[in-house]
Design a protein around this ligand. Structure first.
Ligand SMILES: [Zn+2]
Length: 186
């Protein structure tokens, strides 16, 4: 296994954890209603360990806070290369890089048919359920990435989606709206 360090956990509950010695560290945060394991979508994913109602705030998406320029310098967007980072843009000024100081939220995969949503509140990112989730279902939200450039077919190929949903749009980029003005005029 081995997918990087995890967040705090519960150091006061060591006795219960003894039997897990030598096993994957799968209960570092026993209060969370999900666990991290391999996902059919990509790499690791987060899977519900019990029924979770809609509207539950699951976890904060944590990480190092960067400016977009710092993030670009750290992960230059190479032409034609498949994109893979743990970056999450809060707004035009702040990008969170979960590969530094990130928690299990960074393993939650994208889906075009999500059961969770990312909610930004006071410049912090929270992952919340938007539908009831059954045990063993994978938790997913729509990354809806927005690139500074146009979302051309080649850009979409660099940000592919393999969520498997019937409504999959083939890319984790934010879809274009059908009609009407969608952005404030710059
Ligand atoms: Zn998809």
């Amino acid at each position: 296994m081995g997918y990087g360090p995890r967040d705090a956990g519960t150091p006061d509950d060591r006795s219960e954890r003894v039997y897990l010695v030598g096993m994957p560290d799968r209960d570092a945060s026993p209060s969370l209603p999900f666990e991290i394991r391999h996902s059919p979508i990509q790499g690791f994913g987060a899977f519900a360990t019990r029924r979770i109602p809609a509207g539950v705030r699951l976890i904060e998406y944590t990480g190092e806070r960067l400016t977009p320029e710092m993030a670009e310098g750290r992960y230059p967007d190479r032409h034609g290369e498949r994109h893979h980072t743990f970056l999450f843009a809060i707004d035009d000024d702040v990008v969170v890089d979960a590969s530094v100081g990130g928690n299990d939220a960074r393993f939650i995969n994208h889906s075009c048919d999500p059961n969770c949503d990312a909610v930004i509140e006071d410049k912090r990112i929270w992952i919340e359920t938007i539908r009831e989730v059954q045990p063993r279902q994978e938790l997913v939200y729509d990354y809806a990435y927005v690139l500074p450039e146009r979302h051309t077919p080649s850009a979409k190929r660099r940000y592919p989606c393999s969520c498997g949903a019937a409504t999959c749009r083939g890319s984790i980029l934010k879809p274009k709206r059908a009609a009407g003005p969608t952005r404030p005029s710059a």
